[in-house]
Design a protein around this ligand. Structure first.
Ligand code: PMV
Length: 313
């Protein structure tokens, strides 16, 4: 019986990079999804995706979990609305949706906690230091507070708050593909951390405070506090060197107009940073500014649903 499962992309409101070292991160699921369909196929196991090697790895993680030597032939198709390499969690969304679909197709199991656990196994192939925040934000959806306390102990809280409509005014600014992969950026930060732990810890502490302030601002519907915390959060990311010079001028201009813009996820050092996340109350101020930089703009909605069983017949 065919099974179709979808999972959202995600953004970091604050906490990326620092989350690898034990700071909290606040993530939100967004209104762009990956849908994975699995159906019987008479020949052999078939995958149709942009990255079949990655899908095969996901299938192996599921097989190993259940101790399955072989599985009946099926066809797996992946359809994605999430731009790859732009820090919206495209590969984590593919793995969460695929694992969800595989568990249901093979075992009739619907268990987001197990999906998240296995998706973390898959994430670890991307870079050895993966925090597990991406897969958690995507699996549970809404707003997720994530902290890796210890390798085997993670605090994952889905915040029970709905983003007030006056604050759900976020935009993505496309600044171009980053030259560096997330793995390379995580490695760069690890070197920086090893070189000067005290410097890093200082900005990590400031970043943690902003993560809490952002959660509070969202709960209280306070746009000014949200802007201020996002600005300071971005500044900590600039201090650790994950924000390319290419995007700093537009970030400063957004700030002058009363908004805030920040990098997402891994960021980038030498060229684009993928998407910038932007919050601004006067959205009509953005299009001209973005055009002047030859970037493009789109509105997104935060707090979307996590993994979802779309159909099972
Ligand atoms: O670039 P993305 O969307 O894969 O996010 C990476 C987030 C980091 O904090 C830099 C790494 C991690 O594993 O948390």
């Amino acid at each position: 019986m065919p099974v179709s499962v979808s999972a959202p992309g995600k953004i970091y409101l604050c906490g990326e990079h620092f989350v690898v070292y034990g700071a909290p991160a606040l993530l939100s699921a967004i209104d762009k999804r990956v849908t994975v369909k699995i159906e019987d196929h008479k020949d052999k196991l078939l995958t149709y995706s942009l990255d079949n090697r990655f899908i095969r790895h996901i299938i192996n993680v599921v097989k190993n979990h259940f101790g399955l030597r072989s599985i009946r032939p099926f066809k797996i198709t992946v359809a994605s609305q999430i731009k790859k390499g732009y820090h919206l969690g495209s590969s984590a969304a593919v793995s969460v949706a695929s694992i969800g679909a595989l568990l249901y197709y093979l075992k009739r199991v619907w268990n987001p906690d197990l999906v998240n656990k296995l998706a973390f196994e898959v994430e670890k192939i991307k870079h050895h230091n993966a925090s597990g925040a991406d897969n958690s934000g995507i699996t549970y959806g809404g707003l997720v507070w994530y902290r890796k306390e210890l390798e085997f102990l993670k605090s994952i809280w889905q915040l029970s708050l709905k983003i007030p409509s006056n604050l759900n005014k976020f935009y993505l600014i496309d600044t171009g593909t980053p030259l560096e992969s997330t793995a390379a950026m995580v490695k760069f930060v690890a070197k920086k951390y090893a070189e000067n732990k005290r410097f890093f810890d200082r900005f990590m502490a400031i970043n943690e405070i902003q993560t809490k302030k952002i959660a509070l601002a969202l709960k209280e519907g306070n746009a000014n506090n949200l802007v201020n915390a996002l600005k300071v959060c971005e500044n900590t990311l600039e201090k650790i060197g994950v924000v390319s010079q290419k995007v700093i001028p537009i970030i400063r201009e957004v700030e002058k107009k009363g908004g805030a813009a920040k990098i997402l996820g891994g960021g980038g050092r030498s060229k684009g940073v993928g998407y910038l996340l932007c919050f601004i109350a006067g959205e009509n101020l953005l299009p001209d500014l973005v055009k002047r930089y030859n970037f493009s703009l789109e509105a997104i909605s935060l707090g979307e649903e996590g993994i979802r069983l779309e159909s099972s017949k």
